[in-house]
Design a protein around this ligand. Structure first.
Ligand code: FAD
Length: 509
């Protein structure tokens, strides 16, 4: 009797609990399903597929070395599984729990119905610190720690399964999928993942906490592990354990050799907790993909986005140079650092006063590391709709002065501003006309003036949101959102047994 291992967002053989446990029960059929329906969803993009495709090629090589290559099938998961069950005597299906989007949630329900009907058990171990069915956050950190410090799973030896067509990897997962060139994209697959992990822990990460905020330095000083964690070419447990080993090693070094490593690695380890902390929000309340966390803020912004503002923001033509440079860098590379992601979202939501959903969908498609649980929770946090986080409205000019003082990043991604002096690079719309002519950049012709006065727009946004937040309805909703989703450094309990006080600091802001 066969065990089907259905690979989803866990494209690795190392530390793969589903694969290892399945192999303990009998011969394994390792399966990946290319689901055209998934790829038609507005949050999925060609760059995701390109990264996954490389991951699948690498997974196939690793599985073949273990004894049984990957089987690839295209179609709806239920239909693919029905066909396999028809052909093979299957004793169990194994896959890691997935905190995906609404489409994968419904697909999983349909698969569960099928397997229940056929009396075939579906085993779904956890690979992240996300806890299914968790009603609040008390005790959550302890569970995270237990899972992440447990021994890693060693790749098993596999028996070859007879008479199985391997199937091929399509260039596109769905015929109608538009082209999505992303020439500066990170490479997928296990070798690239290991290389990123080791180069970060041994070399690139020394100044992580000091250089993570500027888009100039972040691309090499941040770990760049997000896409590998999102699609599972590395497990979170592998990353956490490697980080702790490195921290222990650094502690043994003489102070001169240790340099900034101690603080860098501590800051990095904190982010690994945030990964699962944010995913837990969507796992607990899947409606966050579509609806404001704090219902009291619904209706603040029109769900139909102003098409001119949205298009200017998406294409990098808002008139704020750092915002536009980040958006164009993202289009080219599929990655941008946390602070700049937050600024992009904040500018869309506050200064441009757009509902978060359309901008979030655009960014989801642009980020190679798209992870729905982190993504929608962060998008809402940067839009003021969570009810539990401090309102943080990024000033695009201040960020520009702080993070790219000489305008080097801006000039790299906005060649039309190449001739603009340092004095005007952050606010080209203020440049006198004579200077515009001198440097060959006419505002309104070669580069746009900002769509709105960013300071007045930010003031308006703050007033609107604070007005809602002050209502008693919003306050009581905030308390229950915090009980359910707020992070706890340590579980705190009030005399009534309820957790209290939003911990605003420890929430990835
Ligand atoms: C609007 C918005 C959308 C985002 N969407 C995503 C997304 O779809 N996928 C995604 O992985 N991250 C997302 N992030 C979080 C964060 O920006 C990225 O995880 C990070 O920039 C990835 O680069 P890195 O791997 O070099 O990160 P590092 O700084 O090296 O951090 C290591 C790991 O910690 C986790 N992490 C780091 N920062 C955060 C954070 N603030 N919240 C949650 N986890 C974090 C990630 O898994 C990351 O790979 C989003 C942030 C914002 C503001």
């Amino acid at each position: 009797m066969l065990q089907v291992v259905w690979f989803k967002r866990d494209l690795r053989v190392q530390d793969n609990e589903a694969l290892c446990r399945a192999a303990e029960h009998g011969p394994v059929l390792p399966l990946y399903i290319v689901e055209p329906g998934l790829w038609r969803q507005p949050d999925m993009s060609g760059r995701h597929w390109a990264f996954i495709r490389e991951g699948l090629q690498s997974l196939n090589r690793e599985l073949a070395q273990l004894g049984q290559p990957l089987i690839i099938r295209s179609g709806a998961a239920v239909e693919v599984l029905k066909a396999l069950l028809h052909r093979h005597p299957v004793d169990g299906v194994w896959s890691h729990q997935e905190t995906g989007n609404a489409w994968t949630y419904r697909r999983d329900e349909a698969v569960a119905d099928l397997l229940r009907e056929r009396r075939i058990p579906w085993h779904q171990p956890r690979q992240h610190g996300v806890v299914r069915g968790q009603l609040d956050r008390d005790g959550w950190s302890r569970q995270w720690e237990a899972l992440m410090t447990a021994p890693r799973f060693t790749p098993p030896i596999l028996q070859a399964v007879a008479e199985t067509e391997p199937g091929g990897l399509p260039d596109r997962p769905d015929h109608g999928m538009p082209d999505d060139p992303c020439p500066g994209r990170q490479y997928g697959g296990r070798a690239a993942a290991e290389q990123a992990l080791h180069s970060f822990l041994e070399q690139r990460g020394a100044r992580y906490h000091l250089e993570m905020s500027s888009p100039r330095t972040a691309s090499s000083s941040c770990s760049r592990l997000s896409a590998h964690l999102a699609w599972g070419t590395l497990s979170m447990r592998e990353v956490l354990q490697a980080t702790r080993r490195r921290r222990a090693q650094v502690k043994q070094l003489a102070p001169a050799q240790r340099g900034t490593w101690g603080r860098a690695l501590a800051a990095f380890e904190g982010r690994l907790h945030w990964h699962c902390h944010f995913m837990q929000k969507l796992e607990s309340e899947p409606r966050f993909e579509f609806e404001n966390m704090q219902r009291a803020t619904a209706g603040l912004r029109d769900e139909q986005c102003d098409p001119i503002r949205l298009s200017a923001w998406k294409t990098g033509h808002t008139g704020w140079p750092l915002v536009d440079a980040c958006m164009r860098a993202l289009a080219h590379t599929g990655w941008i650092n946390f602070r700049m992601r937050a600024m992009l979202m904040s500018v869309a939501s506050y200064q441009l006063w757009l509902h978060w959903r359309e901008p979030a969908l655009h960014l989801a498609g642009q980020f190679v590391d798209y992870e729905p649980g982190i993504h929608y929770s962060q998008a809402q946090m940067q839009s003021g709709t969570t009810g539990i986080n401090t309102l943080r409205i990024y000033n695009p000019v201040k960020q520009s002065l702080d993070q790219d003082p000489d305008g080097i990043f801006i000039r790299t991604w906005l060649p039309e501003l190449g001739g603009v002096d340092r004095e005007w690079i952050h606010t080209p719309w203020l440049m006198p006309e004579a200077d515009q002519r001198k440097c060959g950049v006419l505002i309104g012709r070669d580069y746009p003036a900002p769509l709105v006065d960013h300071e007045a727009a930010a003031r308006f946004a703050r007033q609107q949101i604070q007005q809602v937040r002050r209502t008693s309805e919003a306050r009581s909703e905030s308390r229950s959102i915090y009980d359910r989703h707020g992070s706890r450094k340590r579980p705190q309990r009030s005399p009534r047994g309820k957790s209290q006080q939003p911990d605003l600091f420890n929430d990835g802001s």
